[in-house]
Design a protein around this ligand. Structure first.
Ligand code: SF4
Length: 324
């Protein structure tokens, strides 16, 4: 298992739209630096930067392109010069997505609103003066998510929201652990141990899928290996997409208290219950009760809690559980 609790963690690879990390590749020669990505996240990951519009040969600066819909077909057009980039961009995007699949990426941050990189709600102009709608997807984003369906993907703008940021980074590090357990010679025993470590994190996101995953693991010996692996990975990553809430975290924290009930004294239990209640009431962030539980679990040598990814989902230096 990868140790992720310190800055010594081996880098995890994340793909990024080049302009987000400050490369001056936009149509006007500028960039779209996302400060949290360049100032904080970069100390914990290695970036793999991609600018599909430059790679396809559009140049910098360049005329802007947009998505246009005619019937069921969406095309990428440079309206000023009447150039249709659709085939070239689709070809480049498919090729790059295949190359990126070999790079062991654990996540991707895409530039929002771009007809190339935008993940969702990209503007599409309707042919024949039919107005526009915000229901498109950038051509590169489409190729990437089709080729790598489990890969955690997020847009730069959404990373300004602490909850969305935490969810994305949690998925990135969980995906690393998931890929590690399904290394070429994986065994059912490895997956059972992994599932045990991930149980509390899964329950904080999606209790239903957590139970489905438990049933999958129970039937693993009688399921063909490729089918089991694909199904487990799919449901695991889907479960983590559901946002953890204060109520779900509170349930998990109370469950953890159950492990410590037998071993801790009255004062320790009271302190823990107070911290959980303060978290539930929005007075303190999640890092307060989890730090206290980790401390008590260490003191009482509770390996099952200490090994749980719930207490160690991503490097603590990212301070993702410090928001209200
Ligand atoms: S949004 Fe994508 S295509 Fe546009 S400049 Fe940024 S990386 Fe390049």
């Amino acid at each position: 298992m990868i140790e992720i609790g310190s800055v010594d963690t081996p880098p995890i690879k994340i793909g990024v739209s080049s302009c987000i990390i400050g490369e001056e590749v936009r149509w006007n020669g500028g960039h779209a630096r996302q400060r949290w990505v360049t100032d904080i996240l970069q100390d914990f990951v290695d970036f793999v930067a991609v600018c599909p519009e430059v790679e396809v040969g559009m140049g910098v600066p360049r005329p802007t392109v947009r998505l246009e819909r005619a019937g069921d077909t969406v095309r990428m057009i440079d309206p000023k010069n009447g150039v249709d980039w659709t085939a070239a961009m689709n070809g480049l995007s498919r090729r790059r997505a295949s190359e990126l699949a070999d790079l062991d990426l654990c996540g991707f941050v895409l530039k929002k609103d771009s007809p190339t990189c935008g993940l969702e709600r990209v503007k599409v102009v309707h042919e024949g003066g039919g107005g526009a709608s915000k229901d498109g997807q950038g051509l590169f984003a489409m190729a990437l998510t089709t080729r790598l369906p489990f890969l955690p993907v997020e847009e730069d703008g959404r990373l300004n929201d602490p909850k969305l940021r935490e969810n994305f980074i949690e998925r990135v590090f969980a995906y690393r652990r998931l890929k590690d357990v399904f290394a070429p010679r994986w065994t059912i025993g490895d997956v059972v141990a992994f599932h045990t470590r991930e149980k509390l994190l899964l329950r904080a996101h999606d209790e239903l899928r957590y139970r489905e995953l438990g049933r999958l693991v129970a039937a693993a010996k009688t399921t063909p290996r490729p089918a089991f692996k694909a199904d487990y990975m799919d449901r695991f990553m889907e479960a983590l997409k559901r946002h953890a809430t204060i109520a779900k975290h509170t349930n998990v924290l109370q469950h953890m208290v159950g492990f410590l009930r037998r071993v801790d004294d009255d004062a320790g239990r009271r302190e823990m219950q107070e911290a959980i209640e303060d978290y539930r009431a929005g007075i303190v962030p999640l890092v307060v009760p989890t730090t206290l539980i980790r401390h008590l679990a260490r003191r009482h040598d509770q390996a099952i809690l200490l090994e749980s990814s719930y207490l160690n989902p991503h490097p603590k230096e990212l301070m993702l559980r410090n928001h209200a």
